[in-house]
Design a protein around this ligand. Structure first.
Ligand SMILES: Cc1cc2nc3c(=O)[nH]c(=O)nc-3n(C[C@H](O)[C@H](O)[C@H](O)COP(=O)(O)O)c2cc1C
Ligand SMILES: [Mn+2]
Length: 512
């Protein structure tokens, strides 16, 4: 039997009251930060927004280390705009720079740090209109022409140009006044007309329907050039009563700056690049979609969807619009951060339920952007423990949607390291005995594996026990591990032996 040392124990976590704050205030300051760190590339040559911008982004991001791409010269643009793509992408370093944690942390450490800052809420602060950078230019009514801005068509089969992908959309609940922040795709229909697709159950859709039920149009505010923290939180699911603005403030370590709008009752993000205000009226629909999705396939078919009537526009001069390419990993904008945040929330859920022994969890980004697979590690403490952790992980709120494969591994296996997970699957799992299936689970119309659309919302899940069989823990074959004394001796001589990098950190050793 190997003996495990402290590094495989649960990482300490508590709401981070005194955690470091992000040391930037808006997209421009954050871009300057990532440029200093060498993880931004400016593209000054002319680039066409029609498929070419997305092609460059996709080709550059086939490599996990790809920088963020700032397109400074879009063919035919008369608005002076620039477009930022791969803002976060597969980069855990840019994620860390966005939320103010150490970019050199391991993924497991980033997940632990994220649990701390995501559980810290800070309310927004209000700034005067005259102090809001987004008010450098303010237009109303027919002075607005959104077709002047570069709106990418990403994939050949996309149904149109999408001004909104890397966006945030604010709506209010007419009952509680809670302001929701969601990221919903927005296809450009005309100078003051923008499609707004929200899928069933999304807060933007629930807010909209509540206004319509009261016989009123739904007011919306949308930012098309936005900082990475608001963007990330807009794409995360929180409780219906929680405002993503408070969570964003917690992650930033200071309240999000908001200012008053011109034509609607909602606030607008004061430091955004480009913001529109408008209303969505019941029955006002236009054909919308499809759009290439995070699954690496086109999503739902073209269908009539509600339209925003734009009433006011705010922008900085030479605004930087944020475009989120949806694609197979590592080219998906939501690669690294989604995996880290989802894993953090799965661990929060398991801790709340109170199941003991859970050490780590990871929703690997290559599995349909963190949706397809969750690996969870545990220190087995009693018969049936691994089965219990598998079932609870599969159906806890943060993991239940979509996830098809839930894999339990022992605490000597790092769930954030797919090489180790595959080793456990291949040496500790006996498929005939160790796989259970749950049927009719919560899934999505975006899962292509069910060809018939009407079947798609019902998924299924495989619970895979890749832990050593509890019944034979004592007899289970000993893995090949180094003797600790030899490891320490060699590690001490590592540089002398000619290795420039530090020695690898090992946590399990041969036991006598
Ligand atoms: C780039 C991008 C595009 C998205 N497009 C949509 C969309 O068109 N419709 C939708 O319902 N959700 C979309 N999502 C997912 C939502 O942002 C996510 O479900 C979020 O939780 C919605 O906020 P809510 O929970 O407050 O409703 C998108 C996410 C990203 C990152
Ligand atoms: Mn929400």
């Amino acid at each position: 039997m190997e003996d495990h040392i402290a590094a495989t124990r649960p990482l300490p976590f508590s709401p981070a009251k005194h955690a470091p704050a992000a040391n930037w205030r808006d997209l421009r300051e954050w871009i300057a930060l990532i440029e200093r760190k060498g993880t931004l590339r400016r593209i000054g040559k002319p680039v066409n927004a029609d498929e070419e911008l997305a092609a460059i982004t996709y080709m550059a991001t086939r490599n996990e280390e790809a920088p963020a791409l700032l397109f400074e010269n879009i063919v035919g643009d008369t608005s002076g705009s620039r477009v930022l793509a791969n803002m976060l992408g597969a980069s855990k370093e840019r994620y860390a720079l966005a939320v103010g944690i150490d970019p050199n942390l391991s993924i497991a450490e980033m997940i632990a740090a994220t649990r701390g800052i995501m559980n810290r809420h800070v309310a927004p602060v209000r700034v005067a209109k005259s102090k809001a950078p987004v008010n450098e230019i303010v237009l109303r009514g027919d002075d607005i022409d959104l077709t002047r801005f570069p709106s990418p068509k990403f994939w050949p089969g996309d149904g149109g140009r999408y001004i909104g992908t890397g966006d945030i959309t604010l709506t209010a609940s007419p009952d509680s006044g809670r302001i929701n922040v969601g990221c919903y795709r927005q296809m450009l229909h005309g100078p003051r007309r923008v499609g707004l697709y929200c899928s069933p159950g999304k807060h933007g859709l629930l807010d909209r329907e509540a206004w319509w039920k009261a016989g009123k149009p739904c007011e919306v505010v949308v930012a098309y050039g936005i900082d990475p923290v608001l963007f990330m939180l807009a794409a995360q699911v929180f409780g219906a009563k929680e405002s993503e603005l408070d969570v964003a403030g917690g992650m930033m370590g200071r309240g999000i700056e908001l200012t008053d709008a011109e034509t609607v009752g909602l606030p607008i993000p004061a430091r955004a690049e480009l913001v529109i205000e408008g209303t969505v009226r019941q029955g006002d629909v236009l054909d919308e979609g499809p759009l290439g999705e995070f699954t690496g396939y086109y999503g739902r078919e073209r269908s009539p969807q509600p339209v925003i009537d734009v009433t006011a526009l705010h922008m900085r001069k030479a605004p930087i619009l944020t475009a989120a390419l949806m694609a197979k990993y590592p080219s998906c904008e939501i690669g690294a951060y989604y995996a880290i945040m989802r894993s953090a929330r799965i661990l929060d859920d398991l801790e709340r339920i109170g199941v003991p022994g859970v050490v780590g969890a990871y929703a690997h980004p290559a599995a349909a952007s963190g949706w397809g697979i969750v690996a969870v590690s545990l220190q087995q403490q009693y018969p049936g423990h691994a089965s219990q952790v598998l079932a609870l992980t599969a159906q806890c709120p943060a993991a239940a949607y979509y996830t098809k494969w839930i894999i339990a591994v022992d605490d000597d296996v790092d769930p954030t390291d797919m090489n180790e997970v595959m080793w456990a699957l291949s040496t500790r799992c006996h498929p005939a005995e160790d796989i259970d299936i749950i049927r009719k689970t919560w899934s999505t119309g975006l899962d292509p594996s069910q060809v018939e659309m009407e079947r798609r919302p019902y998924g299924s899940k495989a619970l895979i026990d890749a832990c050593k069989p509890h019944r034979y823990l004592k007899e289970f074959p000993q893995p090949t591990l180094l003797r600790r004394s030899v490891y320490e001796r060699v590690a001490a001589r590592w540089a002398e032996l000619g290795f420039a990098e530090p020695p690898p950190r090992l946590t399990s050793f041969h036991s006598e």
